[in-house]
Design a protein. Structure first.
Length: 254
């Protein structure tokens, strides 16, 4: 979020970004006060942002990729909060086209890298929830954007999440037909995802209990409280248990 003020706020891309941020803010407000009038206002803002993004894409397709991708991402997030306005699949596909046109190297530094790391978790979680393989799960997209800035624990977890999304899609493709080879390959993919999660936990999921970092002079913290070094660590630890639980479920259904 701190990167957004650094983006250009002029012209068609700037208006698209402003309208999309407003739509996202209204979508958040509609969750806190879900009266019909607020929801209606949120939908109006969503429609305005949709029109602005369409106009910006038509006129500035290649000249403002950061502003356009940020606008699409904010609209995508607002649609998660407003299911009645949902066209999230279209916007994920739009992001994929914009990002694919620039290539993974473009997102290895500066503002593009900050946007990439901000977008990536929500996009991969969307692919997991829709049981579709993520374009961000390819080896190039998992490595090249992090050549200059190594991934933090959350980004490393999202790489595993992309594998889980691919495993879920494979399970769906099996359907009700019995194909022993395909099922064995599917189980192997799920097992590899589980091993990746275990490896990730061994590397990153230690030292989060505040009692390990307290000094003798510091007051003790109740045993049912856990503190984290920063918000990224807290988010990462919150996401890990659901990710771990996702793997055995398709394995039993396969």
């Amino acid at each position: 979020m701190e990167t957004i003020p650094k983006l250009t706020a002029v012209g068609y891309p700037g208006k698209a970004l402003q309208d999309a941020v407003k739509a996202f803010a209204m979508a958040i407000a509609s969750q806190k006060a879900p009266e019909s009038t607020i929801t209606a206002d949120a939908l109006v803002c969503h429609d305005a942002a949709l029109g602005s993004i369409h106009a910006a894409i038509q006129r500035c397709r290649t000249t403002a990729p950061d502003e356009l991708s940020a606008a699409i991402m904010f609209l995508f997030l607002s649609e998660i909060l407003l299911p009645s306005a949902s066209s999230s699949r279209v916007h994920v596909e739009g992001l994929a086209q914009l990002m694919g046109a620039k290539g993974p190297s473009y997102y290895s530094r500066g503002i593009p890298h900050a946007l990439f790391t901000g977008f990536r978790p929500a996009i991969i979680v969307w692919f997991i929830s829709n049981r579709k393989s993520a374009f961000l799960g390819s080896p190039d997209w998992c490595t090249i954007p992090f050549r200059e800035t190594p991934p933090d624990p959350l980004q490393s977890l999202m790489t595993v999440g992309a594998d889980i999304a691919a495993a879920l899609e494979t399970v769906n493709e099996l359907g009700t037909s019995f194909n022993s080879i395909a099922m064995l390959n599917c189980l192997d993919l799920i097992n590899r995802s589980m091993r990746s999660l275990d490896k990730w936990k061994d590397l990153h999921f230690k030292g989060t209990d505040s009692r390990e970092t307290c000094t003798a002079e510091e007051p003790s913290i109740p045993t049912d409280d856990i503190s984290y070094h920063d918000i990224t660590e807290a988010n990462t630890c919150a996401v890990t248990p659901p990710a771990t639980a996702l793997c055995p479920i398709p394995a039993t259904s396969a």
